[in-house]
Design a protein around this ligand. Sequence first.
Ligand code: DOR
Ligand code: ZN
Length: 434
Amino acid sequence: MISYLLRDVRPYGEGAVDVRLAEGRIVEIGRALTEGDARVYDGEGAVLLPGLVDLHTHLREPGREDAETVESGTLAAALGGFTAVHAMANTDPVADTAGVVEQVWRLGRESAHCDVAPVGAVTVGLGGEHLAELGAMADSAARVRVFSDDGRCVSDAGLMRRALEYVKAFDGVIAQHAQEPRLTVGSQMNEGVNSSLLGLTGWPAVAEEAVIARDCLLAAHVDSRLHVCHVSTAGSVELLRWAKAKGWDVTAEVTPHHLLLTDDLATTYDPVFKVNPPLRTSADVDALRAGLADGTIDCVATDHAPHALEDKEAEWGAALPGMTGLETALGVVALTMVAPGRLTWRQVSERMSSVPARIGRLENGPQPQGRPLAVGEPANLCLVDDTLSWAVDPAASASRSRNTPFAGRRLPARVVATFLRGRPTVLDGKPASS
Ligand code: DOR
Ligand code: ZN
């Protein structure tokens, strides 16, 4: 196996050093290291971060390989600096059995450009009526620890309680897509001034907040672990602050798109801006940024949701909700959080690597992820040029889908290299294999 010497890189954006990778690990960190037989990669002062970990990726395989595959989605992930992604369960067939999660896990092992941790469905077929075989998925080769009906809410309180109780046996977590279905019938966008002006059915903040409040109480009642997906409102941040103050084991994620975009974009009627939960107001965006900065929101997760052209390029009402996000996540976080001084690179690495890895129980797994930059740790790394801004070009994406809401925007900070256990998956900003 080739060893690499990364010259002139800045771990966590701090002082410049050289870093040697060998046998899949970081073996030496210091100044002016000798080359030996290593291949030298000149970092030119780039920021070195632990490989990013996504808790929320839709890879669409099995079932919608026209929109994304494990291969294409993980290449997009690697280009975005990720070394592990959690693959959401709303595939076809749904990942609700040990057989399906093992299939996704095996595809990851065979074809992926990063590690793939399958998420198991909470209920059979995402139907919301019967618990899936959570224990069998946990015991399978895929070692599932995160369970979610994402795309749909586990709205039945009794079922949610039983799911929270069930996963305690294997240290699992229920990742809830918080959306009270009775409050969002026919909803098309955020309920507010813009939905009134446009005459589109609104998705009110309370539909998210009511479920978060209920689930925090349920998790506390049975002393289990809850994770809240894609938090989108200021009120949700308040509820999480309350739950954390109580000492409850509740974590939450925010997406890059909810950190940057608002429901003003719905006035374009361009369905690339249709997403679930919907884009909210600038007051919500401010609260989400503040919550991510102060740790009330634990981590960033992409909710990368690729869609085929025919599903997305329809009129607003008919288009499916969802946006791609793996390749742009770090750039959007750099723009919204690092550039304004709200997060240091070290804090970004917590919120995009170590914390999501811990929530998904990957940090001590057989292939550890989210580990610190230190000698002896697995060489899962990304190198970020924070002096290079770039314009997002949907046509240049490695994803099979093109539905990025950031097309044409300039983002600061570009991923120039990614290493998975010492092997480059991305070099000079391009797939390492090509
Ligand atoms: O916008 C979304 N798209 N939100 C979800 O919860 C599901 C996702 C998808 O699977 O397309
Ligand atoms: Zn969701």
